[in-house]
Design a protein around this ligand. Structure first.
Ligand SMILES: *Cc1c(COP(=O)(O)O)cnc(C)c1O
Length: 366
């Protein structure tokens, strides 16, 4: 009795009950729930032996390194990434970039013209694009002035058709990581899925939310090899979630969405973790340096704190500064059209030489 009063006083009964009531089956689109995955030749026969003759997939038999279809489950890469990220293999799905993973999430859970999602601008632009292409409503709830989620406003925006909330943390283009408390509140008070886009997690000192998948059945975490791992060109996105969610996404994913060259390159990179960490360390050192020097540039009003590989800076006149930089061969991102981002430029951290050049040029502008 005392316990119940205690929990009620802190609003915990509601939260824990909601988590207990969570059932992924209530969220899957009915057509998807009924689906069987397309069974490819490589799905139906997996018992490979070196000396076998493969006449099952209509491939060209002459070896050139890529004449065979790639592994639709990416077993070798998944096993290495599972060890590296400490997430069981059955809780991992790969996509053609995390953009494809995000699209699969829409397609698995959002009924077109019926369901909606919540996004928190200023943020990554793909959530809005994917909502539009999937004909799914997008309720935008602005971040507050510290670029943190406005929890009450987000929860107020939730209705019976709200399936997904997208949190980008560290957030693009602002650079900050959302407070643990804010993320926790959303996970505990929303009965749909909370997607945390951690494209920049590898630059961030905090632990990934993927470590807490066992606590939250409604959590999906996405990461990518495009940023810290330096492999934007190969397109490898990562999804971490419960086995049940991964199974649903696996059912609808194109069987060969991650091509053979990508799997090979990604494996090599993932196996060179010390090389990756060395680059990350340099980028972080450069970010600190750039932060200090940017602060002293005459027309820079503010640099926002960043846990990513970029800095958002407020300047006197973003259009003017953008064009001046462009004329001198430096391309940055003008984010001024985003809400709360008037007169801001986003600077990706480059090599030490590139950053030095940037600062020289910025200091020379009038
Ligand atoms: C760059 C970026 C991505 C894109 O990832 P890909 O794996 O290259 O598709 C996703 N989310 C955010 C927030 C990003 O900034």
């Amino acid at each position: 009795m005392t316990l119940i009063i205690f929990y009620t006083a802190f609003g915990l009964t509601k939260n824990s009950m909601k988590t207990q009531n969570f059932d992924i089956k209530n969220l899957i689109r009915p057509n998807v729930a009924k689906m069987k995955p397309y069974s490819s030749a490589r799905d139906e026969f997996k018992d490979f032996k070196e000396d076998m003759i493969f006449l099952d997939a209509n491939e060209n038999p002459f070896e050139n390194g890529v004449n065979r279809y790639p592994d639709p489950r990416q077993v070798t890469l998944k096993s290495h990434l599972s060890t590296l990220k400490r997430v069981p293999e059955k809780q991992i799905l790969f996509g053609n970039g995390s953009d494809e993973v995000l699209d699969l999430i829409f397609r698995a859970f959002c009924e077109p013209r019926q369901d909606n999602v919540i996004t928190l601008p200023p943020t990554y632009g793909m959530y809005a694009v994917l909502a539009e292409t999937n004909d799914v409503g997008n309720k935008e709830v602005l971040l507050n002035n510290d670029f943190e989620p406005n929890i009450d406003a987000v929860l107020n925006a939730v209705d019976a058709q709200t399936k997904l909330i997208f949190l980008c943390s560290p957030n693009n283009p602002t650079g900050n990581r959302f407070s643990d408390l804010a993320v926790k509140k959303l996970l505990e008070n929303f009965n749909g899925l909370v997607v945390i886009d951690e494209a920049y997690a590898d630059f961030c000192s905090a632990e990934s939310w993927s470590a807490r998948l066992h606590e939250y059945p409604n959590l999906i975490v996405t990461q990518t090899l495009s940023k810290a791992y330096g492999m934007a060109g190969i397109r490898l996105g990562i999804c971490f979630a419960s086995e049940e969610i991964i199974e649903v996404l696996h059912t609808i994913k194109p069987p060969y969405n991650v091509n053979g060259l990508t799997q090979k390159k990604a494996l090599k990179r993932v196996m060179d973790e010390s090389g990756v960490q060395k680059e990350i360390k340099t980028i972080l050192e450069e970010r600190e340096k750039l932060q200090k020097t940017l602060k002293n540039v005459s027309f820079v009003a503010k640099i926002y704190p960043s846990e990513a590989n970029f800095l958002l800076a407020r300047v006197d006149d973003a259009d003017k500064r953008y064009n001046q930089l462009l004329a001198r061969g430096i391309v940055v991102r003008n984010r001024s059209k985003q809400p709360l981002c008037k007169n801001t430029l986003r600077f990706t951290v480059g090599t030490p030489e590139e950053n030095k050049k940037l600062i020289e040029i910025l200091n020379g502008l009038v």
